[in-house]
Design a binder for this molecule. Sequence first.
Ligand SMILES: Cc1cc2nc3c(=O)[nH]c(=O)nc-3n(C[C@H](O)[C@H](O)[C@H](O)COP(=O)(O)O)c2cc1C
Length: 133
Amino acid sequence: MKKWSEIEKIIEQFKSADKYLISTPMWNFSIPYKLKHYIDIIVQPSYTFTVTDTGYKGLAGGKPICLILARGASYDNDSPIAFQKKYLEFILGFIGFTDIKNVFCQPMLADENTVKKAQDAAINNAKTIAAAF
Ligand SMILES: Cc1cc2nc3c(=O)[nH]c(=O)nc-3n(C[C@H](O)[C@H](O)[C@H](O)COP(=O)(O)O)c2cc1C
């Protein structure tokens, strides 16, 4: 059971935070496997979600979380192929997060001027979110 207690420690550490920041690149329209691995560790029944008569209920969350989403190209807010944002919002909602902010850093694979403009916009957006976070 040593392995399981290591999982419990990671979940406890996650749940003990007051607020959250996830900074991640888009990899193949989704998230890197290391972040997926972390999610697979912390999303566990009776720890971060439970099943009730009326369906699933998140047991984490109730705290603010901000996603920094870097992409090589640019995607619309509702792009059906931008699984990075869609998946993170879904799984975080599943474990109870309702206050989810986004900072988009895109396009990061472009000419120097375009990247600089995108970085400045992302920094400004991050500052606005941070002021009320
Ligand atoms: C393995 C891999 C897959 C990627 N897949 C995508 C993708 O599907 N769409 C996209 O727009 N950019 C993609 N990119 C580009 C990154 O999202 C982009 O360069 C980002 O700025 C990287 O952030 P980082 O410099 O913080 O690692 C990929 C990069 C790598 C290394």
